[in-house]
Ligand binder design. Structure first.
Ligand SMILES: Cc1cc2nc3c(=O)[nH]c(=O)nc-3n(C[C@H](O)[C@H](O)[C@H](O)COP(=O)(O)OP(=O)(O)OC[C@H]3O[C@@H](n4cnc5c(N)ncnc54)[C@H](O)[C@@H]3O)c2cc1C
Length: 549
């Protein structure tokens, strides 16, 4: 196969145009093209009246044509042999793992990181035990709606906790900017498709699944892990990690049960504040890390579509438009858009009582009236709060508590019109944009919610964003607070080769909570990496430094 990249065609090209373009670009004769498939499809919308599609294709030619093209296009980056992207297991026979039969590896957390780690270990013949504090995805859906509909927070089963992890009620965006030379991202997407995700996630440039489909997929992946001998225990929580001489010896659950093991993958996400505290008390090395705080902004999706796609707004291939914005403030702060959800809703994402935090999600169709995204300001441990590993969590809690109070202490979120926020006055009534947040909003002055530096930065950035997305600073757009869980406020440091904690042997900090991922796909990729590292350790082939004393 040849990988032919950078094939550009107009948005409304005919179904035969792609084939004709392959023949033209590769200068093929009749009968030389046997088959081709789309590897990636993206679009260039920098000029809204001249949007075009860009394809990467895998092309199958007759043997002589293949050979000729390789020679003819040598040195041309857009014609190369297709790389082998199939996943290669580091081990795949249970017999390879003598110790594994005695002490099973344990994975804490069944979010994307824990799921991929568990799946991979199970596929390699190990029989992992997964401990997940939240409930299975069906029960969890009911619990989550309990907050959205009835203002009742379940502290252990909610948007953050439960099967599927934090991304289950989300837009299900599946792209990442991490370097991925071994194509682990492809493995994650392939497993998702096997579990019921639409096949297009393998080839569109910005794939997303939407929350509804994610639920079914989670159940299918769980079934595979169990069929391979894994065990998944919902409603059970890691209470204490048992460590002797800097080696994990097991863990104690909240029920008091002790599980003996020498290998623990810690995939607990960014919201498990009680667990971070417990790990710190057990002596696991943790340090504070930068993250961001801010507000979520809502516009009519039609405004975003028009600004991005002009006359092509509404085109089926383009779908609902997204955006990605960054502004470098005069005082050195950065403001950026985060977790943009086209045609979606703003959701309550609290996991602690008396605290309010929000996020965004969409269905696969992305056909809700509003577009939303977080507009956040970076904060830095060195500059913005005291030097303590968990100081970022204290700051998050303060902001979430304030948001809860400003909302009216009933899980309403404080909200304000963009025009009023920029003018420095509290909003008194909603305008043309209806906020989507459930259970409801309370109009407020959001400058009272965030630290002064963040308010200043947002007031500088929003008008700048309007230069890129016309209508971004429209008076009636709605701001809702507060966004605090953009990424983990801590890093649980691990060795870069063995992926083992720098001071606790047998502990594999992983995924978003440990500071090694920032989204569904990168968390899944990290799950694969730590599962491989653990398998290699069991095989006596651990790479890199193990403990730094
Ligand atoms: C509403 C929302 C929308 C999002 N939208 C997107 C999106 O569209 N695209 C994207 O890429 N990312 C999105 N994200 C972020 C994404 O969900 C996370 O980056 C990703 O889930 C991180 O994966 P993880 O496995 O590292 O952690 P998590 O998904 O957070 O999973 C951690 C799991 O560990 C469990 N756990 C924690 N402590 C314990 C304990 N002590 N014992 C047992 N279990 C424990 C938790 O219950 C949880 O299920 C969204 C997040 C939210 C909240």
């Amino acid at each position: 196969m040849l990988r032919l990249t950078n094939v550009k065609l107009p948005l409304d090209h005919s179904s035969s145009a792609l084939k004709q373009e392959v023949i033209r670009k590769l200068e093929l004769q009749e009968g030389e093209l046997l088959d081709f498939s789309v590897f990636k499809r993206s679009y260039d919308a920098r000029k809204s009246d001249d949007i075009f599609l860009i394809y990467s294709l895998d092309v199958e030619l007759t043997a002589p044509a293949h050979k000729r093209c390789l020679a003819q296009f040598a040195g041309n980056d857009s014609v190369r042999p297709s790389p082998d992207m199939s996943y290669k297991y580091v081990a795949d026979k249970p017999a390879n793992f003598p110790q594994a039969q005695q002490l099973r590896p344990v994975i804490i957390g069944f979010g994307p990181c824990g799921i991929l780690a568990a799946l991979l270990l199970a596929q390699m013949g190990l029989k992992p035990i997964v401990i997940e504090r939240g409930q299975d995805v069906r029960q969890r859906t009911k619990d989550t709606w309990g907050l959205w509909r009835d203002r009742e927070l379940n502290e252990e089963s909610n948007v953050q906790y439960g099967e599927g992890g934090a991304g289950t009620f989300s837009d299900g965006k599946l792209y990442t900017q991490i370097k991925d030379p071994k194509f682990y991202g492809r493995k994650v997407l392939t497993e998702f498709v096997k579990a019921g995700a639409p096949e297009e996630i393998l080839f569109v440039s910005k794939p997303h699944i939407g929350t509804f489909k994610l639920v079914k997929m989670m159940e299918n992946i769980r079934a595979e892990i169990i069929a391979l001998g894994g065990e998944i225990r919902f409603g059970e929580k890691l209470a204490h990690l048992n460590i002797e001489d800097q080696q994990v010896t097991g863990l104690t659950l909240n029920s008091g049960e002790v599980i003996n093991t020498q290998h623990v993958i810690l995939a607990i996400g960014h919201s498990a504040r009680d667990t971070f505290q417990s790990l710190l008390e057990s002596g696991v090395y943790i340090e504070a890390k930068p993250f961001s705080v801010g507000l979520r902004i809502e516009h009519p999706q039609s405004v975003i579509d028009k600004a991005r796609f002009g006359v092509n707004a509404g085109n089926e291939i383009l779908g609902a438009a997204d955006y990605k914005l960054v502004h470098h403030c005069q005082d050195g702060r950065n403001v950026y858009s985060f977790c943009m959800c086209p045609g979606g809703t703003v959701v309550a994402a609290a996991s602690e009582p008396g605290k309010l935090v929000i996020n965004g999600m969409s269905e696969y169709s992305r056909n809700e009236r509003n577009a939303n995204s977080a507009i956040v300001v970076d904060i830095n441990p060195a500059q913005d709060y005291p030097q303590h590993p968990l100081a970022g969590i204290d700051l998050q809690r303060q902001l979430e508590e304030k948001a809860f109070l400003m909302g009216g202490e009933n899980y309403n979120a404080p909200a304000q019109l963009v025009g009023d926020f920029l003018a420095g006055k509290a909003s008194e009534k909603i305008g043309s944009v209806q906020p989507s947040y459930k259970p409801g909003v309370t109009l407020s002055d959001l400058s009272q919610l965030l630290p002064d530096f963040a308010v200043k930065a947002l007031r500088e950035a929003i008008p700048e964003f309007n230069k890129q997305i016309k209508g971004f600073s429209m008076y009636d757009a709605v701001l809702t607070g507060v966004e605090t869980r953009t990424s983990s406020p801590v890093c649980i440091k691990r060795d870069k080769d063995s992926f083992i904690s720098i001071n606790t042997k047998g502990l594999y900090p992983a995924g978003e909570g440990a500071g090694y991922a920032g989204g569904i796909l990168s968390a899944g990729v990290d799950g694969i990496k730590v599962a491989e590292a653990l398998a290699l350790d069991l095989l006596g082939q651990a790479r890199g430094n193990v403990i730094k004393n």
